[in-house]
Write a protein that binds this ligand. Sequence first.
Ligand SMILES: [Zn+2]
Ligand SMILES: [Zn+2]
Length: 377
Amino acid sequence: MSFRLCASCASRFMEPGPIAPAGSDTECHICRGALSQLPRLADEAVLRSGGFEWLTFSVASSFGSKTFVREEEVAGFFAPGQFTSLKNRVNSELAEKIAAKTGKKNAQRGADAAFEFDFANGKCSANPSQLYLFGRYNKLSRKHCQSRWHCSSCHGRGCEQCMGSGQNYPSVEDEIGKAVLPLFEASGCVLHASGREDVDVRMLGNGRPFVMEIMSPKRRNVDASEIERRLSGNPHVRASGLRLVAQGMVDAVCNSHFDKEYSALVSADRPFALEDVKLAESLSGKKLLQQTPTRVLARRADLERERRVHSVSAELCEGGRMRLRIFAEAGTYIKEFIHSDSGRTRPSLSEILGCRASCDELDVTGISSYFLETVSY
Ligand SMILES: [Zn+2]
Ligand SMILES: [Zn+2]
Protein backbone atom coordinates (compact mmCIF):
# COMPACT_ATOMS: atom_id res chain seq x y z
CA MET A 1 0.00 0.00 0.00
CA SER A 2 1.20 3.53 -0.68
CA PHE A 3 -0.13 7.09 -0.42
CA ARG A 4 -0.21 9.20 -3.56
CA LEU A 5 1.15 12.67 -2.80
CA CYS A 6 1.79 15.86 -4.76
CA ALA A 7 5.46 16.83 -5.19
CA SER A 8 5.23 19.44 -2.38
CA CYS A 9 3.77 17.01 0.13
CA ALA A 10 6.09 14.16 -0.92
CA SER A 11 9.15 16.35 -0.37
CA ARG A 12 8.18 16.76 3.30
CA PHE A 13 8.80 13.05 4.04
CA MET A 14 12.22 11.36 4.16
CA GLU A 15 12.54 8.28 2.00
CA PRO A 16 11.99 5.38 2.17
CA GLY A 17 8.27 5.27 2.97
CA PRO A 18 4.89 4.23 1.54
CA ILE A 19 4.71 7.19 -0.86
CA ALA A 20 4.04 7.36 -4.60
CA PRO A 21 3.59 10.35 -6.91
CA ALA A 22 -0.02 11.50 -7.46
CA GLY A 23 -1.24 11.69 -11.07
CA SER A 24 -2.27 15.31 -10.52
CA ASP A 25 -2.03 17.75 -7.57
CA THR A 26 -5.74 17.41 -6.77
CA GLU A 27 -5.24 13.68 -6.22
CA CYS A 28 -2.73 14.33 -3.40
CA HIS A 29 -3.87 12.22 -0.43
CA ILE A 30 -3.04 14.96 2.09
CA CYS A 31 -3.60 18.41 0.59
CA ARG A 32 -5.94 17.57 -2.35
CA GLY A 33 -4.15 20.22 -4.40
CA ALA A 34 -4.29 22.95 -1.76
CA LEU A 35 -0.53 23.49 -1.89
CA SER A 36 -0.61 24.20 -5.62
CA GLN A 37 -2.39 27.46 -4.69
CA LEU A 38 0.55 28.62 -2.58
CA PRO A 39 2.40 30.76 -5.18
CA ARG A 40 -0.83 32.45 -6.32
CA LEU A 41 -1.97 33.15 -2.72
CA ALA A 42 1.44 34.56 -1.78
CA ASP A 43 1.31 36.97 -4.76
CA GLU A 44 -2.23 38.00 -3.93
CA ALA A 45 -1.42 38.66 -0.26
CA VAL A 46 1.54 40.85 -1.21
CA LEU A 47 -0.79 42.91 -3.44
CA ARG A 48 -3.24 43.31 -0.56
CA SER A 49 -0.45 44.58 1.70
CA GLY A 50 0.23 47.55 -0.57
CA GLY A 51 -2.21 49.89 1.17
CA PHE A 52 -0.43 50.27 4.50
CA GLU A 53 3.02 50.76 6.07
CA TRP A 54 4.87 47.70 7.35
CA LEU A 55 8.41 46.40 7.80
CA THR A 56 7.86 43.04 9.50
CA PHE A 57 5.19 40.41 8.95
CA SER A 58 3.72 37.25 10.47
CA VAL A 59 2.21 34.30 8.59
CA ALA A 60 -0.67 32.04 9.64
CA SER A 61 -2.35 29.36 7.57
CA SER A 62 -5.43 27.19 7.92
CA PHE A 63 -6.64 24.06 6.13
CA GLY A 64 -9.81 21.99 5.89
CA SER A 65 -10.46 20.04 9.11
CA LYS A 66 -9.80 16.61 7.55
CA THR A 67 -6.43 17.62 6.12
CA PHE A 68 -4.58 16.92 9.36
CA VAL A 69 -6.32 13.57 9.82
CA ARG A 70 -5.02 12.52 6.39
CA GLU A 71 -1.59 13.94 7.20
CA GLU A 72 -1.54 11.76 10.36
CA GLU A 73 -2.31 8.64 8.31
CA VAL A 74 0.88 9.20 6.35
CA ALA A 75 3.01 10.58 9.19
CA GLY A 76 2.21 7.48 11.27
CA PHE A 77 4.66 5.57 9.06
CA PHE A 78 7.53 7.95 9.86
CA ALA A 79 9.53 8.64 13.00
CA PRO A 80 9.52 12.18 14.41
CA GLY A 81 12.27 14.13 12.69
CA GLN A 82 11.76 12.22 9.45
CA PHE A 83 9.13 14.63 8.15
CA THR A 84 8.19 18.30 8.24
CA SER A 85 4.60 19.07 9.20
CA LEU A 86 2.30 20.63 6.63
CA LYS A 87 1.89 23.87 8.61
CA ASN A 88 5.60 24.37 9.28
CA ARG A 89 6.49 23.79 5.64
CA VAL A 90 3.70 25.97 4.26
CA ASN A 91 4.33 28.84 6.66
CA SER A 92 8.05 28.88 5.98
CA GLU A 93 7.52 28.71 2.20
CA LEU A 94 5.02 31.57 2.38
CA ALA A 95 7.39 33.61 4.56
CA GLU A 96 10.26 33.03 2.12
CA LYS A 97 8.16 34.07 -0.88
CA ILE A 98 6.81 37.21 0.81
CA ALA A 99 10.28 38.21 2.03
CA ALA A 100 11.75 37.66 -1.45
CA LYS A 101 9.02 39.69 -3.15
CA THR A 102 9.02 42.60 -0.70
CA GLY A 103 12.46 42.62 0.94
CA LYS A 104 10.75 42.70 4.37
CA LYS A 105 11.34 40.56 7.44
CA ASN A 106 9.35 37.67 8.89
CA ALA A 107 8.69 38.04 12.64
CA GLN A 108 6.04 35.88 14.25
CA ARG A 109 5.76 38.12 17.34
CA GLY A 110 4.98 41.82 17.28
CA ALA A 111 4.95 41.99 13.48
CA ASP A 112 3.59 45.08 11.68
CA ALA A 113 1.52 43.09 9.17
CA ALA A 114 -0.45 39.87 9.66
CA PHE A 115 -0.77 37.62 6.61
CA GLU A 116 -3.44 34.92 6.81
CA PHE A 117 -3.93 32.09 4.32
CA ASP A 118 -7.07 29.99 4.16
CA PHE A 119 -6.18 27.00 1.97
CA ALA A 120 -9.59 25.35 2.40
CA ASN A 121 -11.26 28.26 0.62
CA GLY A 122 -8.35 29.53 -1.47
CA LYS A 123 -8.37 32.95 0.22
CA CYS A 124 -5.83 35.22 1.86
CA SER A 125 -5.68 38.50 3.71
CA ALA A 126 -3.04 41.01 4.78
CA ASN A 127 -3.83 43.43 7.59
CA PRO A 128 -1.96 45.95 9.70
CA SER A 129 -1.46 44.74 13.28
CA GLN A 130 -2.61 46.86 16.21
CA LEU A 131 -0.31 49.49 17.63
CA TYR A 132 -0.06 50.33 21.33
CA LEU A 133 0.48 53.91 22.41
CA PHE A 134 1.48 54.51 26.03
CA GLY A 135 1.06 57.85 27.74
CA ARG A 136 -0.61 59.78 30.55
CA TYR A 137 -3.79 61.75 30.23
CA ASN A 138 -5.18 64.75 32.03
CA LYS A 139 -8.94 65.27 32.21
CA LEU A 140 -9.80 68.90 32.78
CA SER A 141 -13.55 68.34 32.55
CA ARG A 142 -16.17 67.19 35.08
CA LYS A 143 -18.39 65.96 32.28
CA HIS A 144 -16.22 63.36 30.59
CA CYS A 145 -16.13 59.67 31.40
CA GLN A 146 -13.05 57.58 30.68
CA SER A 147 -14.22 54.98 28.13
CA ARG A 148 -17.06 55.21 25.64
CA TRP A 149 -20.25 54.65 27.61
CA HIS A 150 -23.24 53.84 25.45
CA CYS A 151 -26.44 55.81 26.02
CA SER A 152 -28.69 53.71 28.27
CA SER A 153 -31.84 54.36 26.23
CA CYS A 154 -30.55 53.75 22.68
CA HIS A 155 -27.45 51.57 23.37
CA GLY A 156 -25.27 53.59 21.02
CA ARG A 157 -27.55 54.05 18.02
CA GLY A 158 -28.24 57.70 18.83
CA CYS A 159 -31.54 59.09 20.12
CA GLU A 160 -33.17 62.29 21.37
CA GLN A 161 -31.97 61.77 24.94
CA CYS A 162 -28.28 61.62 23.96
CA MET A 163 -28.75 64.18 21.17
CA GLY A 164 -27.72 61.64 18.58
CA SER A 165 -24.29 60.93 20.08
CA GLY A 166 -25.15 57.41 21.26
CA GLN A 167 -23.14 58.12 24.43
CA ASN A 168 -24.10 59.06 28.00
CA TYR A 169 -21.07 61.35 28.22
CA PRO A 170 -18.25 62.39 25.93
CA SER A 171 -15.18 60.29 26.79
CA VAL A 172 -11.43 60.57 27.25
CA GLU A 173 -11.20 57.63 24.83
CA ASP A 174 -12.94 59.58 22.06
CA GLU A 175 -11.08 62.85 22.69
CA ILE A 176 -7.69 61.12 22.40
CA GLY A 177 -9.08 59.05 19.52
CA LYS A 178 -9.89 62.21 17.56
CA ALA A 179 -6.18 63.09 17.56
CA VAL A 180 -4.91 59.54 17.08
CA LEU A 181 -7.17 58.10 14.36
CA PRO A 182 -6.43 60.53 11.50
CA LEU A 183 -2.66 60.49 12.10
CA PHE A 184 -2.46 56.69 12.07
CA GLU A 185 -5.27 56.38 9.49
CA ALA A 186 -6.71 53.79 11.89
CA SER A 187 -10.17 52.22 11.95
CA GLY A 188 -10.70 52.55 15.70
CA CYS A 189 -9.07 52.67 19.11
CA VAL A 190 -9.61 51.27 22.59
CA LEU A 191 -8.38 52.87 25.81
CA HIS A 192 -6.79 50.67 28.49
CA ALA A 193 -6.01 52.55 31.69
CA SER A 194 -4.75 52.06 35.19
CA GLY A 195 -8.02 52.57 37.10
CA ARG A 196 -10.50 55.35 36.41
CA GLU A 197 -11.88 58.49 37.97
CA ASP A 198 -15.59 59.35 38.22
CA VAL A 199 -17.16 61.53 35.52
CA ASP A 200 -17.24 64.56 37.86
CA VAL A 201 -13.62 64.14 39.00
CA ARG A 202 -10.81 65.88 37.15
CA MET A 203 -7.47 64.16 36.52
CA LEU A 204 -4.72 66.76 36.99
CA GLY A 205 -1.01 66.61 37.86
CA ASN A 206 1.22 64.07 36.14
CA GLY A 207 -1.77 62.33 34.55
CA ARG A 208 -3.18 58.81 34.54
CA PRO A 209 -1.17 56.10 32.72
CA PHE A 210 -2.93 54.50 29.78
CA VAL A 211 -2.30 52.45 26.66
CA MET A 212 -4.34 53.25 23.56
CA GLU A 213 -4.80 50.22 21.32
CA ILE A 214 -4.94 51.44 17.72
CA MET A 215 -6.81 49.19 15.29
CA SER A 216 -5.77 48.65 11.64
CA PRO A 217 -3.34 51.58 11.41
CA LYS A 218 -2.32 52.30 7.82
CA ARG A 219 0.47 54.56 9.09
CA ARG A 220 2.93 53.41 11.76
CA ASN A 221 5.57 56.13 11.47
CA VAL A 222 3.78 58.81 13.40
CA ASP A 223 5.52 61.48 15.45
CA ALA A 224 3.95 61.05 18.91
CA SER A 225 4.62 64.68 19.78
CA GLU A 226 2.23 65.65 16.96
CA ILE A 227 -0.58 63.86 18.86
CA GLU A 228 0.30 65.80 22.02
CA ARG A 229 0.37 69.01 19.99
CA ARG A 230 -3.10 68.36 18.56
CA LEU A 231 -4.49 67.55 22.01
CA SER A 232 -2.94 70.68 23.51
CA GLY A 233 -5.81 72.62 21.90
CA ASN A 234 -8.43 70.35 23.48
CA PRO A 235 -10.16 72.06 26.44
CA HIS A 236 -11.13 68.73 28.06
CA VAL A 237 -8.37 66.15 27.60
CA ARG A 238 -4.57 66.35 27.20
CA ALA A 239 -1.91 63.67 26.90
CA SER A 240 1.83 63.57 27.56
CA GLY A 241 4.78 61.18 27.46
CA LEU A 242 3.37 59.37 24.44
CA ARG A 243 5.40 56.52 22.97
CA LEU A 244 4.69 53.32 21.06
CA VAL A 245 5.07 50.19 23.20
CA ALA A 246 4.57 46.43 22.82
CA GLN A 247 1.28 44.75 23.67
CA GLY A 248 2.63 43.55 27.05
CA MET A 249 2.36 47.11 28.36
CA VAL A 250 -1.47 46.82 28.38
CA ASP A 251 -1.34 44.30 31.23
CA ALA A 252 1.43 46.17 33.02
CA VAL A 253 -0.71 49.32 33.05
CA CYS A 254 -4.12 47.72 33.72
CA ASN A 255 -2.90 45.49 36.56
CA SER A 256 -1.01 48.16 38.44
CA HIS A 257 -2.50 50.07 41.35
CA PHE A 258 -1.06 53.33 42.54
CA ASP A 259 -1.31 55.53 45.61
CA LYS A 260 -2.83 58.89 44.68
CA GLU A 261 -3.00 62.50 45.77
CA TYR A 262 -6.32 64.32 45.80
CA SER A 263 -7.63 67.80 46.29
CA ALA A 264 -11.18 67.96 47.67
CA LEU A 265 -13.41 70.96 48.26
CA VAL A 266 -15.67 70.07 51.18
CA SER A 267 -18.74 71.69 52.72
CA ALA A 268 -21.08 70.66 55.52
CA ASP A 269 -24.40 71.44 57.19
CA ARG A 270 -22.50 74.08 59.21
CA PRO A 271 -19.54 76.34 58.38
CA PHE A 272 -16.11 74.90 59.19
CA ALA A 273 -13.87 76.49 61.85
CA LEU A 274 -10.17 76.21 62.74
CA GLU A 275 -10.77 73.26 65.12
CA ASP A 276 -12.20 71.35 62.16
CA VAL A 277 -8.93 71.82 60.26
CA LYS A 278 -6.99 70.22 63.14
CA LEU A 279 -9.47 67.36 63.47
CA ALA A 280 -9.39 66.71 59.72
CA GLU A 281 -5.59 66.58 59.76
CA SER A 282 -5.70 64.12 62.67
CA LEU A 283 -6.96 61.58 60.11
CA SER A 284 -3.40 61.44 58.67
CA GLY A 285 -1.99 57.92 58.81
CA LYS A 286 -5.35 56.36 59.77
CA LYS A 287 -6.49 52.98 58.53
CA LEU A 288 -10.01 53.07 57.07
CA LEU A 289 -12.50 50.25 56.93
CA GLN A 290 -14.54 50.78 53.78
CA GLN A 291 -17.64 48.79 52.97
CA THR A 292 -18.32 48.80 49.19
CA PRO A 293 -19.91 52.22 48.48
CA THR A 294 -23.70 52.23 48.10
CA ARG A 295 -23.36 53.98 44.71
CA VAL A 296 -21.44 51.05 43.16
CA LEU A 297 -23.21 48.20 45.01
CA ALA A 298 -25.19 47.28 41.89
CA ARG A 299 -21.96 46.44 40.03
CA ARG A 300 -19.59 45.26 42.79
CA ALA A 301 -19.63 42.68 45.56
CA ASP A 302 -20.48 44.02 49.00
CA LEU A 303 -17.32 43.57 51.03
CA GLU A 304 -15.17 45.40 53.52
CA ARG A 305 -11.63 46.49 52.71
CA GLU A 306 -8.91 48.22 54.67
CA ARG A 307 -7.17 51.24 53.14
CA ARG A 308 -4.65 53.68 54.57
CA VAL A 309 -4.87 57.44 54.32
CA HIS A 310 -1.19 58.41 54.36
CA SER A 311 -1.75 62.11 54.97
CA VAL A 312 -4.41 64.80 55.16
CA SER A 313 -3.79 68.53 55.19
CA ALA A 314 -6.60 71.06 55.35
CA GLU A 315 -7.27 74.77 55.03
CA LEU A 316 -10.38 76.89 55.42
CA CYS A 317 -11.89 78.39 52.27
CA GLU A 318 -14.49 80.99 51.42
CA GLY A 319 -18.07 80.24 52.35
CA GLY A 320 -17.16 78.16 55.42
CA ARG A 321 -15.79 75.40 53.25
CA MET A 322 -12.54 73.48 53.57
CA ARG A 323 -9.92 72.35 51.05
CA LEU A 324 -8.40 68.94 51.83
CA ARG A 325 -5.22 67.56 50.30
CA ILE A 326 -5.25 63.82 50.73
CA PHE A 327 -2.61 61.23 49.92
CA ALA A 328 -4.17 57.78 50.05
CA GLU A 329 -3.51 54.15 49.29
CA ALA A 330 -4.59 52.75 45.90
CA GLY A 331 -8.28 51.87 45.87
CA THR A 332 -9.41 54.26 48.65
CA TYR A 333 -12.90 55.67 48.05
CA ILE A 334 -12.31 59.37 48.74
CA LYS A 335 -15.89 60.68 48.50
CA GLU A 336 -16.96 58.05 51.04
CA PHE A 337 -14.00 58.93 53.28
CA ILE A 338 -15.50 62.44 53.37
CA HIS A 339 -19.25 61.82 53.72
CA SER A 340 -18.99 58.38 55.42
CA ASP A 341 -21.62 56.69 53.20
CA SER A 342 -24.03 56.33 56.16
CA GLY A 343 -21.26 54.93 58.33
CA ARG A 344 -20.04 52.37 55.78
CA THR A 345 -16.60 54.07 55.82
CA ARG A 346 -14.97 54.44 59.25
CA PRO A 347 -13.42 56.66 60.34
CA SER A 348 -14.60 59.46 58.05
CA LEU A 349 -14.46 63.24 57.99
CA SER A 350 -18.19 63.46 58.82
CA GLU A 351 -17.74 61.20 61.82
CA ILE A 352 -14.71 62.98 63.27
CA LEU A 353 -16.22 66.46 62.77
CA GLY A 354 -19.68 65.43 63.96
CA CYS A 355 -21.43 66.96 60.95
CA ARG A 356 -22.70 66.03 57.50
CA ALA A 357 -19.68 66.72 55.31
CA SER A 358 -19.94 66.38 51.55
CA CYS A 359 -17.44 66.54 48.72
CA ASP A 360 -18.34 69.42 46.37
CA GLU A 361 -15.39 69.02 43.99
CA LEU A 362 -12.74 66.35 43.71
CA ASP A 363 -9.54 66.29 41.66
CA VAL A 364 -6.85 63.64 41.39
CA THR A 365 -3.67 65.73 41.59
CA GLY A 366 -1.01 63.05 41.38
CA ILE A 367 -0.51 59.34 40.75
CA SER A 368 2.59 57.65 42.20
CA SER A 369 3.21 55.65 39.06
CA TYR A 370 6.86 56.44 38.39
CA PHE A 371 7.76 52.76 38.23
CA LEU A 372 6.00 52.58 34.83
CA GLU A 373 8.78 54.76 33.42
CA THR A 374 11.23 51.99 34.26
CA VAL A 375 9.15 49.30 32.52
CA SER A 376 10.07 48.83 28.91
CA TYR A 377 7.93 47.00 26.41
ZN1 LIG B 1 -0.12 17.74 -1.39
ZN1 LIG C 1 -29.34 57.67 23.00
